[in-house]
Design a protein around this ligand. Structure first.
Ligand SMILES: [Zn+2]
Length: 229
C-alpha cells in the first residue's frame, strides 16, 4: 500500500524536474554577472554587449564557422534581453500606440513579447542579420535563410516562429530572423510551464492583458515543434 502511494505520488512530478529558477525564466537576470553566460566577440554580433548561455554560444560559433565556409555571413543583432530591457521596449510601444487597450496589446504582440515571456530572456535565442522577413526573401538574405533551413538543425538551432500552419496557428507572426537553441530552450519552456503563473507577469503597462490574452498558452507555447534529432 505504501509502495502504491509512493508511486502515485511520484507520478505527480515531472520526470525531469525544472532546474531553472523563476528569475532565469522571466529574465530577472544580469547576463554580464551570470556565470552561465558569455559575452559575444565582436565578429559574431553588431552589438557591443551581447550575451548568450555558454552552451548556446559554443554551438553558434561552430555554425558560424561552417556558414562562413559556404560564403554565408551570420550576424547576431540581438541576443539575451532581460525583463527590464523588454519592459522598456514594451512600454515605449504601449505609449506610442493609441486606442483601445486590448487591441494595443495584441498589436504589440504581433512581433514583441510581453516582459517576462520572451525567449530572449533565456539566453538560448537570438536574432540574425535583419528584423524583416523580406530581407530573407531575396539576394544575400535569401542565401542566409536557405543555409539556415538546411544546416541550423545540425547545430541544435531552429526557427520557432515559422509561418502559421496546421501545427502552429497562433502566437507571434513569422520571424525568419529568430533562431533558438532547442536542446536548452525546450528545457526552459518545460520549466516555464511548471513554474510561471500569470501573477508572475507584472510591472508593465497593460499587465492585466497577460492573463486576458492568455500569453503563456498563445505566445510562450505558440512555437513550432523542434526538429527530431
Ligand atoms: Zn527574437
Amino acid at each position: 500500500m505504501l509502495l502504491l502511494l509512493m508511486s502515485s505520488w511520484a507520478n505527480h512530478f515531472p520526470k525531469e524536474p525544472p532546474t531553472y529558477s523563476k528569475a532565469d525564466l522571466v529574465g530577472d537576470i544580469n547576463p554580464s554577472r551570470h556565470s552561465d553566460f558569455e559575452k559575444l566577440r565582436s565578429k559574431y554580433t553588431s552589438k557591443s554587449d551581447a550575451y548568450l548561455r555558454k552552451e548556446v554560444y559554443n554551438s553558434f560559433k561552430e555554425m558560424w564557422k561552417a556558414a562562413r565556409k559556404d560564403g554565408v555571413n551570420l550576424l547576431i543583432i540581438s541576443a539575451t534581453r532581460n525583463r527590464h530591457y523588454q519592459s522598456g521596449i514594451w512600454n515605449r510601444k504601449w505609449d506610442s500606440l493609441g486606442g483601445e487597450e486590448e487591441t494595443r496589446a495584441e498589436r504589440i504582440l504581433q512581433y514583441s513579447s510581453m516582459p517576462g515571456t520572451s525567449r530572449h530572456h533565456w539566453g538560448t535565442d537570438f536574432d540574425l542579420n535583419a528584423l524583416q522577413n523580406i530581407y530573407f526573401e531575396s539576394g544575400e538574405g535569401q542565401g542566409i535563410y536557405q543555409w539556415l533551413c538546411t544546416h541550423a538543425a545540425e547545430y541544435g538551432f531552429y526557427q520557432p516562429y515559422i509561418a502559421y500552419n496546421g501545427y502552429r496557428g497562433e502566437g507571434y507572426k513569422e520571424e525568419k530572423w529568430h533562431w533558438s537553441y532547442y536542446p536548452l530552450a525546450s528545457k526552459f519552456q518545460r520549466a516555464y510551464n511548471h513554474l510561471i503563473k500569470y501573477g508572475d507577469l507584472q510591472g508593465f503597462s497593460g499587465q492585466e492583458y497577460a492573463q486576458k490574452l492568455q500569453v503563456i498558452d498563445v505566445y510562450v507555447n505558440g512555437v513550432d515543434s523542434p526538429p527530431i534529432p
